[in-house]
Design a protein around this ligand. Structure first.
Ligand SMILES: NC(=O)C1=CN([C@@H]2O[C@H](COP(=O)(O)OP(=O)(O)OC[C@H]3O[C@@H](n4cnc5c(N)ncnc54)[C@H](OP(=O)(O)O)[C@@H]3O)[C@@H](O)[C@H]2O)C=CC1
Ligand SMILES: O=C(CO)COP(=O)(O)O
Length: 314
């Protein structure tokens, strides 16, 4: 058994390192590998983690493809990437590792795989895991979701990477997508000095919002209580290692944002807000995140609007 990872960002590189460390041959494909093959390190996206011997780097997609293909490009690039390479990817098992909703189509990663590569088997890998933790070999638990997830669970689990299996692809993809939106809201609240109690309220009511959206899209009611939901929400809303939380924090403090950082919650918040409005699903925190990011309201105005909503049963 061998594994390919397409996309050599921080997370693709970390997964390739973790899987190769257990002895499984892994090919990491990058559109621009730079000097990774020679230095045996991804100095640009994940510095400080040496590649195990079982990891090979290439920019030749034909040479990279193997039994299981993890796709680690950012969410808003996924549809274009799969469309460009659909012929080569057809018939394979494609595991999306990105988190988000496509702004153009409103689709999640599994839906995009199924549309662009209808002869492939689609799967999702999601849950709480910072790339640096995975690469360092720290204990991590993730969800692998597919129609038949057990072979993937066995193939990809390792001594420090423990995969739980699930079949509710809709729930898993929405949990992974939406936790980034709520993490931005939490960063905004902490950055603007609204306090940790406000963050706990946003996490809890944000979780309710995530569940409402997921169930309306056909997810099972319990799925978001797992790693790709509550698990990832807890991690992302409380750590400055999260790019989504850190983005909110910078914005809340009125600081300049670093450039070139992948912040999946930005586009996903807009995509979810549009989809929710069309489906008449109440998503007040997501809507506020969109309005604050667009500069239509301040964080304090967003807070006032949320607090002034009609009192309701929890
Ligand atoms: N970082 C993390 O801790 C985690 C990330 N994730 C998810 O993984 C996904 C990727 O994130 P991450 O790896 O951190 O992102 P990065 O910003 O570190 O890297 C993105 C990578 O995607 C590549 N890429 C972008 N567009 C294309 C394209 N069209 N074709 C080929 N390659 C492309 C980039 O290539 P180039 O270098 O040439 O620009 C880059 O290597 C996100 O959805 C994120 O939510 C999930 C869990 C943890
Ligand atoms: O998804 C992640 C952790 O599970 C990484 O979060 P960020 O994309 O916010 O850095």
């Amino acid at each position: 058994m061998s594994v390919s990872v397409l996309g050599a960002g921080a997370f693709g590189t970390a997964l390739a390192i973790a899987i190769a460390r257990s002895g499984t041959p892994v090919t990491l494909w990058a559109r621009d590998p730079g000097d990774m093959a020679e230095t045996r390190e991804n100095t640009r996206r994940l510095p400080g983690f040496a590649f195990p011997d079982a990891l090979t780097v290439t920019d030749d997609l034909d040479a990279a493809l193997s039994d299981i293909v993890l796709i680690a490009v950012p969410m808003q690039k996924l549809a274009g990437f799969l469309t460009d390479h659909a012929n080569k990817l057809s018939g394979r098992t494609l595991v999306a590792t990105c988190k988000g909703i496509d702004l153009t189509t409103g689709e999640g990663p599994a839906e995009i795989i199924e549309r662009t590569c209808p002869n492939a088997t689609s799967a999702l890998l999601s849950g709480p895991s910072f790339a640096v933790d995975v690469a360092a070999g720290l204990p991590t638990a993730l969800t692998i979701a597919a129609a038949d997830p057990e072979p993937l669970q066995t193939a990809l689990s390792g001594s420090n990477l423990r995969l739980y299996r699930a079949t509710d692809m809709t729930g898993v993809e929405i949990g992974g997508a939406m936790k980034n939106v709520i993490a931005i809201a939490c960063g905004l609240a902490i950055g603007a000095g609204l306090g940790e109690s406000a963050r706990a309220a946003l996490m809890t009511r944000g979780f309710a919002e995530m569940n409402r959206f997921a169930v309306a899209r056909g997810a099972e009611p319990d799925t978001l209580q797992g790693l790709s939901g509550f698990g990832d929400l807890s991690l992302t809303c409380t750590s400055e290692k999260s790019r989504n939380y850190a983005y909110g924090l910078h914005l809340g403090r009125g600081e300049v944002q670093p450039e070139g950082v992948t912040i999946e919650g930005q586009a996903t918040a807009k995509a979810v807000s549009i989809a929710a409005q069309n489906a008449k699903i109440d998503m007040p925190i997501t809507d506020m995140v969109v309005a604050v990011m667009a500069g239509h309201i301040t964080i304090n105005e967003a807070s006032d609007l949320l607090l002034a909503r009609p009192l309701k049963e929890e």
